[in-house]
Write a protein that binds this ligand. Structure first.
Ligand SMILES: [Zn+2]
Ligand SMILES: [Zn+2]
Length: 126
């Protein structure tokens, strides 16, 4: 069983049943099921992720806001971001990762603002 598979509601209609799709399903075969990397930017090292999480203390490194919600196990939900993306030669190290709230994480990937990157760089230093 995979939680969060998308919620389908089966509606009984006169001619038979119709399945309504509520919510988007990830494409079949998409990223690492079973590992909690819902919006990972290529994270490979669980230790590094854990470390970044601990440093974050539940606060986003960019807006300094609290995680929008907690995971089932009670940990604040933040996403690990690589300041220099792995695809661009960034390293999977503590210095190159920060915890961001989902909004800021998306923003980093969409806007790629130098000013934001500079802020994260400064904060990622141990
Ligand atoms: Zn944020
Ligand atoms: Zn990222």
């Amino acid at each position: 069983m995979i939680p969060f598979k998308g919620q389908d509601a089966v509606v009984q209609d006169r001619g038979g049943s119709v399945t309504l799709r509520l919510g988007r399903r990830p494409p079949v075969g998409a990223a690492s099921r079973g590992r909690d990397q819902s919006w990972a930017c290529g994270l490979r090292d669980a230790f590094v992720a854990e470390n970044a999480k601990r440093r974050a203390k539940g606060l986003c490194k960019l807006c300094e806001g609290e995680a929008p919600f907690s995971r089932a196990d009670g940990d604040p939900y933040l996403e690990t971001h690589h300041i220099v993306w792995l695809a661009q030669g960034g390293s999977d190290t503590v210095e190159n990762t920060v915890e961001l709230c989902p909004n800021c994480h998306r923003k980093m990937h969409v806007l790629k603002r130098e000013a934001d990157i500079a802020i994260l760089r400064a904060k990622a230093k141990p």
